[in-house]
Design a protein. Structure first.
Length: 214
């Protein structure tokens, strides 16, 4: 019975990962359309992001229910749930990023748009090795491989931080008014929060591995 419950939770976690990945891809597409001035298309995609994020919340609640029913040792249940919460936080950040763009409509100068787009791509891409690490972990693969994927998340997050710093400097060197500069900085932060959450989740996964895994 316990083995069956654990198998069901693993399947739910994999389903949760797929839902988070779907949300991230939709968020990437949303920002691309916005930067290309396709506002109606961006609005339609942002609604899909909202629905996708809601789905991740529902799956996380299923995981919680299974944990309450007694799957896994008590010492591991909170770790597994916290991992799910961290994953859900990535989807939340993606949704918040899209909401920022479509609710606040930041006026991004044309010459800066390629830089905003590159940072958005990198921020989303930092989640790829995380998802690979999480899937490998659930399939009980070599911890060394998992840790290497987790290490890549940190490397990519650092690259995003560096580009964020460079672009922030460039924004505040322009002749734009201060309010416009601050708004662009806030927009940039809504993007880089995604990679920040990916790194936090990677840390949580490595903590579980250190404590003995599933």
């Amino acid at each position: 019975m316990a083995f069956r419950k654990e198998k069901e939770i693993n399947e739910l976690i994999l389903k949760h990962l797929d839902s988070v990945c779907s949300c991230l891809q939709l968020a990437l597409d949303t920002v691309k359309e916005y930067l290309d001035d396709h506002i109606d298309e961006a609005k339609a995609l942002a609604l899909k992001v909202d629905r996708s994020e809601t789905e991740t919340d529902m799956i996380l609640r299923e995981i919680m229910s299974k944990l309450y029913s007694g799957a896994y040792l008590p010492s591991l249940r909170s770790d597994i749930f916290h991992l799910g919460q961290h994953m859900d936080g990535i989807a939340n950040a993606a949704e918040a990023c899209c909401d920022f763009f479509l609710d606040q409509r930041p006026d991004i100068p044309q010459e800066m748009r390629p830089y905003f787009w590159r940072i958005m791509e990198k921020s989303i891409s930092s989640c790829t090795p995380l998802m690979e690490a999480a899937r490998s972990f659930l399939k009980s693969q070599d911890p060394g491989i998992i840790q290497e994927d987790a290490r890549q998340v940190g490397i990519m997050e650092s690259e995003v931080d560096k580009e964020e710093w460079d672009l922030t400097r460039d924004i505040f060197k322009t002749d734009l008014d201060l309010g416009h500069k601050i708004h662009l900085k806030q927009c940039l932060e809504s993007i880089t929060t995604i990679s920040d959450r990916a790194e936090d989740t990677s840390d949580q996964l490595q903590l579980i591995i250190i404590k003995g895994g599933l």
